[in-house]
Design a protein around this ligand. Structure first.
Ligand code: SAH
Length: 349
């Protein structure tokens, strides 16, 4: 029944809020099949059958923020805090490079220890040892000047999920010292500076509705990011949302496919959180239009501690050292992991 609307989205790459809500609320099994097939056709047009890999280095779980959903929020007393040294980060890169990674993603809490100078020094270190690799940062909200300093030091990409485009919803997920306006300001600054920029959301976060999801798609259309991260919300113990329901596989796959049709050439990961809630999550994400996976390259000794949510995968197929196994599993989807930087098509080096 939704086929005409799916065709319209493919053709126009945008719908009205009401039309997006119709797709979010009323796709039946058959519609979903058609939606995913359409999403795959669109991703193939731009990126063929390639799946890009990113080595994720979770280099600190100290955080000055107190996001209500997050397992490493400031007031989560049960989190065992750690930070990696520059040398430890560089040895993650060394291991990753040998495995075939050509993108390193440095992700962490907003840790005041990592000043602008320290981050710049780390970017510098990675770029001088691995000039053929992309560096992606995911370290939260900073000033224009600080982002610019990272970019000038050679960082290529930046991930900062907007979490929700609806300002009221944003305020219910964050304490009052964080604002939706600043989050969005950061994203526009990052784009302006020239980063390949990623925004994104958790599906099924508390207070989310089909209307806020439709607003997310419209926000993405307006921002036009090069990357979008979408994974299910998974409750984290010792947080205010510990007893909430988590996001579902089906809603996440639906949002991945709608994102693919809205931003046809976007780089779209099948996230760790999706792999965590379903054992075929990553594969199904790829089959719904995703084209990136981000295995964990953090030192094994700290992986357990970077616990954004409960039961987060960090071993098995999620671990960079099992890349060969992951590659074989993903081959069954008909898509293939490649060793390249995997830049956005408008930013090919
Ligand atoms: N401090 C950085 C990195 C945050 S962690 C930043 O602000 O961008 C990366 C992402 O993990 C967050 O943007 C959020 O969307 C997601 N995340 C946090 N807690 C989560 C949870 N309980 N379930 C699922 N995803 C979560």
């Amino acid at each position: 029944m939704m086929k005409p609307l799916i065709d319209k989205l493919r053709r126009d790459t945008v719908l009205t809020k009401e039309e997006y809500m119709l797709l979010i609320n009323y796709c039946d099994e058959e519609d979903l099949k058609y939606l995913f097939k359409t999403a795959r056709e669109v991703r193939e047009k731009y990126y063929g059958h390639d799946i890009y890999i990113r080595g994720l280095i979770e280099f600190t779980n100290y955080c000055k923020n107190d996001c209500l959903y997050c397992g490493i929020r400031r007031s989560c007393k049960s989190a065992q805090r750690y930070r990696l040294t520059k040398d430890e980060i560089l040895s993650c890169c060394k291991e990753g490079y040998a495995l075939g990674f050509r993108t390193f993603v440095l992700q962490g809490g907003e840790d005041p220890y990592f000043t602008q100078d320290r981050i710049v020094d780390i970017i510098d270190g990675i770029k001088s040892l691995y000039p053929d690799c992309a560096v992606t940062l995911s370290v939260g909200e900073k000033s224009y000047d600080e982002y610019k300093a990272y970019f000038d030091a050679g960082a290529d990409r930046y991930l900062l999920r907007h979490e929700t485009a609806n300002n009221e919803h944003y305020r219910r997920l964050h304490p009052s010292d964080m604002s939706p306006e600043n989050r969005k300001r950061c994203l526009y600054d990052l784009k302006k500076i020239g980063f390949q920029t990623g925004c994104g959301i958790m599906t099924g976060s508390p207070y989310q509705t089909s209307e806020t999801l439709a607003e997310d798609l419209l926000f993405m259309k307006e921002l036009a990011p090069q990357m979008v991260g979408i994974g299910p919300f998974v409750p984290a113990k010792d947080t205010p949302f510990a007893d909430r329901k988590g996001g579902t596989l089906s809603l996440t796959l639906l949002m991945l496919a709608l994102t693919r049709l809205t931003l046809p050439d976007v780089l779209l990961p099948a996230t760790t959180a999706l792999g965590t809630i379903h054992k075929m999550g990553r594969e199904l994400g790829i089959l719904a239009g995703a084209n990136v996976v981000m295995p964990n390259l953090s030192p094994v000794s700290v992986r357990e501690k970077y616990r954004l949510y409960d039961n987060k995968l960090c071993t098995g197929d999620e671990a960079a050292e099992s890349l060969a196994k992951l590659k074989n599993k993903l081959l069954l989807t008909g898509y293939e992991v490649v060793t390249s930087r995997g830049d956005h098509i408008a930013h090919k080096k």
